[in-house]
Design a protein around this ligand. Structure first.
Ligand SMILES: Cc1cc2nc3c(=O)[nH]c(=O)nc-3n(C[C@H](O)[C@H](O)[C@H](O)COP(=O)(O)O)c2cc1C
Length: 188
């Protein structure tokens, strides 16, 4: 199954790159199979350093901001002791990993990763329809140029209802940001 979360990898200048990624995991999350596009910064960094940190979070505003590259302020990070990398501190759970196998023969690469350390900061909030809607909207934002504009518009409109009915401030802000981003990039 796929677990949507956030990967930090290390740029050449030592700073963290923060990107949403959905690795294939087993139910106990004992290993990760990351499948980044070859064109992504995450792939470039992981192919060079072979290490990073995966984060499980319910903060969909952080996830949405990472997807569209729009920060009001950069999230707090701590250096990771198990790998040369960065742990986001406002998350539920983090897993430091090393890439043990890399297959870059397809458009989407396959990076088999072993978990070398992990920790927890807080409990997961729980199910919320607006959080899931923001997650889907953030995925749509990263599919501009891949999906037809009409499909993106229709799916986004469908996601409005659960946000209107169930969002808190964070989810509403995140959805509005993603909506603005999409509107500015696809023709009306
Ligand atoms: C929830 C979610 C999951 C994603 N999963 C993946 C993934 O598994 N592989 C991938 O290449 N992109 C994935 N994306 C899209 C990337 O996050 C997006 O292309 C991003 O710009 C890559 O950032 P980077 O170039 O800094 O690595 C996902 C986006 C979201 C919102």
């Amino acid at each position: 199954m796929i677990l949507e979360g956030i990967v930090t990898s290390t740029n050449e200048d030592g700073t963290p790159n923060i990107a949403p990624m959905g690795p294939v995991v087993d139910r106990g999350v004992t290993r990760l199979e990351l499948r980044p596009f070859k064109t992504s910064k995450t792939f470039e960094n992981l192919a060079r350093t072979h290490q990073g940190v995966f984060h499980v979070t319910d903060d969909v505003e952080m996830l949405a901001r990472a997807a569209i590259g729009c920060w009001d302020r950069r999230p707090d990070t701590l250096p990771c002791s198990a790998v040369s990398g960065w742990v986001l501190t406002d998350v539920c759970r983090w897993l430091a990993f090393r890439v043990v196998d890399l297959d870059s023969s397809g458009d989407r690469c396959r990076l088999e990763c072993e978990i070398v350390d992990q920790g927890r900061f807080r409990d997961f909030f729980g199910f919320n329809r607006a959080k899931h809607a923001v997650l889907e909207a953030a995925i749509l934002a990263t599919r501009i140029g891949i999906l037809a504009p009409e499909q993106i518009r229709e799916e986004l409109q469908r996601l409005e209802s659960p946000v209107r009915k169930t969002a808190g401030d964070q989810e509403q802000r995140a959805f509005d940001l993603v909506k603005q981003f999409i509107a500015s990039r696809i023709q009306t």
